[in-house]
Design a protein around this ligand. Structure first.
Ligand code: P6P
Length: 360
């Protein structure tokens, strides 16, 4: 009979092992869990209660906002913002920082979150997700609410991070720096139960995830890397399979479990990539590294990047360690394509054709 361990119990067990974690910290993760249940309730009903469709407003990213984005954002703020355990929050849906109500400003933690990532896929019932990142406050708790500086900490300072994926089942995956653990929601009891303890990602995979529709805007290194993955070489499981949902949490979670690499690179149209450092790249990088993977911007470790603004973008190379390292070598121009076995016959045929023209 497998033991049923709820996420709340798991957090308390973790806390016993690491006395530095306070009860308050465990409560924070429980709060995130509660908010995720509220979001999930609406996500699974989306097709039924006509909350789909454009909300009409445009978010700070200049993208069309779906009602569920707004709902998810409001639920997180409502479920977590009122108790004051967080001194300040930052959301993908809000241009500025979010501070707790008057008299509740002495919280010790900071929460950065993307309430509903991949929301453009909602109408098509494709997996979407919530991503969260938790830091200790660095400003003086007696000085009032937290500040923007509290939010602009390097990813390496995170005390916890994770994501919720609203897919075929609802899973919450988190780390506090002691490994990566996955919980699956049992809707009959409304509890997240431990289903994937100590997730580790394969050192090398055979899946690559990126939007090749932008191929013409990629720089040469990434173009060569794609060709490298498409070459045939049994020893390195090439050609890889292309898998791209267009929903970061869904693509990341699949690659975390199966192995592989997700790339949203810098392009000639988006020199800093598209994804956000604080509430997308950093939390997923923390989870990825804790599972034995690697996460960089093609040059620097994501967790070491010094943030300068709340909605700062970054290129993202994340997944199996060996895959990310090879992709970096191409991105940095340190590696060239090996002999392409198909290329040589083609070149010989061209030479023969040219010779025959010369002879005539
Ligand atoms: P593109 C969704 O809008 C998102 O932020 C991520 O979830 C996803 O990985 C990415 O953008 C997809 O971007 O440019 O390929 O449509």
């Amino acid at each position: 009979m497998t033991e049923l361990i709820t996420i709340e119990r798991h957090i308390i067990e973790q806390q016993k092992k690491y006395p530095s974690a306070t009860g308050e910290f465990s409560q924070l993760l429980a709060d995130v869990t509660f908010a995720a249940k509220l979001v999930r309730r609406e996500v699974i009903r989306a097709g039924l209660v006509d909350i789909l469709g454009a909300h009409g407003s445009m978010n700070v990213q200049g993208e069309e906002v779906k009602k569920l984005d707004v709902f998810a954002n409001e639920k997180f703020i409502q479920a977590i913002g009122h108790h004051g355990r967080f001194a300040v929050m930052g959301s993908e849906e809000c241009e500025g920082i979010i501070t707790p109500p008057e008299g509740k400003t002495s919280g010790k933690y900071v929460l950065l979150f993307d309430p509903l990532d991949g929301s453009s896929n909602i109408d098509a019932n494709v997996g979407v997700g919530t991503i969260f990142s938790i830091y200790k406050r660095i400003s003086d708790p007696t000085s009032g609410p937290g500040s923007l500086q509290d939010c602009l900490q390097k990813g390496v300072q995170q005390v916890a991070a994770g994501y919720v994926i609203y897919g075929s089942s609802v899973m919450l995956v988190y780390t506090t720096g002691q490994g990566v653990h996955g919980f699956t929601l049992d809707p009959t009891i409304g509890e997240f139960l431990l289903s994937h303890e100590n997730i580790t990602t394969p050192k090398r995979g055979k899946i690559y995830s990126m939007n090749e529709g932008y191929y013409r805007y990629f720089f040469d290194g990434v173009k060569k890397y794609i060709k490298y993955l498409q070459q045939e070489d049994k020893a390195t499981n090439r050609p890889y399979s292309a898998r791209y949902v267009g929903s970061l949490v869904a693509d990341f979670h699949r690659n975390l479990l199966y192995g592989g690499i997700f790339i949203y690179p810098r392009t000639k149209k988006a020199p800093n990539g598209k994804l956000r450092l604080l509430y997308e790249a950093n939390p997923l990088a923390f989870v990825c590294e804790q599972a034995g993977g690697r996460a960089t911007d093609g040059y620097r470790r994501i967790l070491d990047i010094e943030p300068e603004e709340l909605h700062q973008r970054t290129p993202l190379f994340i997944g199996s360690e060996e895959d990310v390292k090879i992709a970096e070598e191409f991105e940095q121009g340190l590696r060239e394509l090996e002999h392409d076995t198909e290329l040589i016959p083609k070149m010989l045929a061209e030479v023969k054709k040219a010779e025959s023209l010369l002879v005539k």
